[in-house]
Design a protein around this ligand. Structure first.
Ligand SMILES: Nc1ncnc2c1ncn2[C@@H]1O[C@H](COP(=O)(O)OP(=O)(O)OP(=O)(O)O)[C@@H](O)[C@H]1O
Ligand SMILES: [Mg+2]
Length: 259
């Protein structure tokens, strides 16, 4: 199920260091939102606050609120492990469990949720998730072979299958194509467009063409200088950000005059 994300005046810290300051953003269900901006402006840091992965880093903490369909992720008594099951994440480098079979990789997260998954339910979930990740046809005859034996692009789709097998509400992707060739990148972009029907998707990308191809909304982050916090500068429809941004820095960035 796809959910809305509302962030209210979020500050993100590594111990004393304020890495991202004062972000407020409203992300609608069944949309793809792209985060763009120069290296070090805090895109990954901010993304990780949306499923409480940030605080896994020692000293990592936030001030402000992140609401998912109205529920504060940082509210008292909220279990971060549960949050991460509802808000899935796909990383820059495909990270399947290399020696685990393709089947076991897909089921890895789902088994944590439901240890008593039957063989037939497991088979159905593996097929559905691999279909959902556009990988089924390529691997259906070798489900018991190790995940590490797939190509990079296939491994990334396997990680997406693993993420969607737990039926999350939101999918966060941090530069999911940066380690992939153009054909695998295209496959992932097609997949993102399909997944949008079921999930709220946020993707960090350095690729402007990719942002304009896959996203409905774009958020431009920037940083005033080393040691300064990153900020959300402009957030709007992707077409507006790329053709008629309001802020000069956005214009400079999307037109490649900077960074
Ligand atoms: N584990 C960490 N501990 C301390 N500071 C960190 C840590 N990770 C990132 N930072 C700092 O936080 C700031 C934002 O980094 P972040 O990785 O979020 O940027 P980014 O926009 O994702 O950059 P890139 O485009 O290069 O991936 C940087 O100043 C970075 O040095
Ligand atoms: Mg990053």
């Amino acid at each position: 199920m796809s959910k809305r994300i509302e962030v209210e005046d979020l500050n993100v810290y590594y111990s004393d260091f304020l890495a991202v300051e004062g972000v407020s953003i409203d992300i609608q269900p069944r949309t793809v939102t792209a985060f763009i901006g120069p290296s070090g402006c805090g895109k990954s840091t901010f993304l990780r606050t949306l499923n409480r992965m940030h605080e896994v880093i020692p000293g990592g903490h936030v001030k402000g609120r992140v609401l998912v369909d109205g529920d504060d992720l940082y509210g008292p008594g909220v279990d971060p492990v549960l949050v991460r099951r509802h808000v899935g994440m796909v990383f820059q480098r495909p990270n399947p469990f290399p020696t685990m079979s393709i089947r076991e990789n897909v089921l890895a997260g789902a088994k944590l949720n439901n240890k008593r998954l039957s063989k037939s339910d497991g088979d159905a979930l593996v097929e559905k998730s691999l279909q959902g990740a556009n990988l089924w046809n390529e691997v259906k005859d070798r489900l018991d072979k190790p995940g590490g034996g797939l190509s990079g692009g296939q491994q990334q789709r396997l990680c997406i299958a693993r993420a969607i097998a737990v039926s999350p509400d939101v999918l966060l992707m941090d530069e999911p194509c940066s380690a992939l060739d153009p054909i695998s990148t295209f496959a992932i972009e097609e997949l993102i467009s399909e997944l949008k029907n079921d999930y709220t998707i946020v993707i960090v990308t350095h690729n402007m063409q990719q942002a304009s191809r896959v996203s409905d909304k774009t958020a431009f982050f920037n940083i005033a200088g080393t040691g300064k916090p990153g900020k959300l500068i402009e957030y709007n429809d992707t077409s507006t950000i790329f053709t008629a941004p309001t802020v000069q820095a956005t214009e400079d960035y999307v037109s490649g005059r900077f960074g």
